[in-house]
Design a protein around this ligand. Structure first.
Ligand code: KIV
Ligand code: ZN
Length: 377
């Protein structure tokens, strides 16, 4: 049985900023943190303080804003990293170490036993400073499961408050994630989070599978930003948990689109029009059949369990070669124009003609066509 309340841990300012080409200024980071807090996330991972003086200063600035959410800093299982988080005044330290053989052998060059010892020392050090502690077994989905469970138990005994299972290179699948999270869930008493990357486009699906097996916190980013193909998308994860699974996240979903647009502006990464929930086309209809349907009853060609209003979006009827009479009539009537049937047919013909030429028909085009037709007829 999934938990009814799922916590949202946002890492837009940390993993999101690791998107190639993205670098937020300190002022942008403050704006983003305030907006995420307004959105209602539970935790903001504000940065990786040891990585640069600027990052450390920004994490400290965010920690001093007095936000409702918990502000967290990232640290390897190294004292200097943890000290940088402590100096930044965060309430929570997210400490991580590679647990898969491939990463252990090629990056940190430590034995399994040494990794467990480093993890325990880091957790005890964080807890000794009275801070909340999240422990991440980096590359957990490529880690031997018995070893993953043994390190999870060890950090739990050392005082960790929550254990995170990252799918660091996005290789998991929903059935695998379901099994792995179940195994860890049965082995520890502390809550479980997951952190899924999107290399195969499965980050949201894998996060949902984890929830099905008992994870109670999901790590996400706005607009799917993050290393390589990004992280699990906040908007998609939250709306699916709320509208499809019937669970609660505490996110004020009406702020999703405005938050996504702020991140788009600051990151310089454009939201694709077809992006679910927040993309420009998410509630747009072009085909005559669809437009006619939604004019009569929006649920005909929209999910219904999610409306544009719920996410701060707007329904749009878009004109093109697939447009039908009902959409043109509705747009013109809404603008106070009452073309006759004959005029409407002539307007539609010209709209389709432009669409057939591969042109996007804007409202300005429609009004120019209408004026020409109504003036002519
Ligand atoms: O992808 C990853 O494993 C991470 C860790 C730091 C949690 O970002
Ligand atoms: Zn990551």
């Amino acid at each position: 049985m999934p938990h009814k309340n799922i916590q949202i841990f946002d890492t837009t300012l940390r993993d999101g900023e690791q998107t190639p080409g993205v670098s937020f200024t300190p002022e942008m980071k403050i704006d983003i943190a305030r907006q995420l807090d307004r959105l209602g996330v539970d935790v903001i991972e504000a940065g990786f303080p040891i990585s640069s003086a600027g990052d450390k200063a920004s994490v400290k600035d965010i920690a001093s804003l007095g936000l409702d959410c918990t502000v967290c800093g990232l640290a390897r299982v190294i004292k200097a990293d943890i000290d940088a988080c402590i100096d930044s005044d965060v309430k929570m330290v997210h400490t991580f170490v590679s647990t898969s053989d491939i990463q252990r052998e090629h990056t940190i060059k430590k034995t399994r036993e040494e990794v467990v010892e480093m993890a325990i020392n880091a957790v005890e050090y964080i807890k000794g400073h009275g801070l909340e502690c999240m422990f991440s077994a980096m590359d957990a989905t490529r880690t031997d499961t018995d070893y993953l469970i043994s390190i999870a138990r060890a950090v739990e005994d050392a005082g960790a408050d929550i254990i995170n299972i990252p799918d660091t290179v996005g290789v998991s699948s929903p059935p695998t994630m379901r099994m792995l999270v179940s195994d860890v869930y049965r082995s520890v008493r502390i809550p479980i989070a997951v952190h899924c990357h999107n290399d195969f486009g499965l980050a949201v699906a894998n996060s949902l599978a984890a929830v099905e097996s008992g994870a109670s916190q999901i790590q996400v980013t706005m607009n799917s930003l993050g290393e390589r193909a990004g992280n699990a998308d906040l908007s998609q994860t939250v709306m699916t948990l709320e509208s499809v699974y019937g669970l609660e996240t505490g996110i004020k979903t009406k702020y999703l689109v405005e938050t996504a647009r702020l991140i788009e502006r600051y990151s310089g990464i454009q939201i694709p029009p077809t992006q679910p929930i927040i993309g420009a086309n998410a509630f747009s209809h072009e085909s005559g059949i669809h437009s006619h349907g939604v004019i009569k009853e929006s649920k005909t060609f929209e999910p219904g369990i999610m409306t544009p209003e719920m996410v701060g979006h707007q329904r749009r009827l878009v004109l093109g070669k697939h447009t039908g009479k009902h959409a043109v009539k509705k747009i013109l009537n809404d603008a106070g124009l009452e073309p006759s049937d004959k005029e409407l047919n002539a307007i539609l013909e010209r709209v389709k003609d432009l669409g057939d030429k591969g042109k996007k028909v804007t409202d300005v085009d429609l009004y120019a066509i209408t004026e020409a037709v109504m003036g002519e007829v």
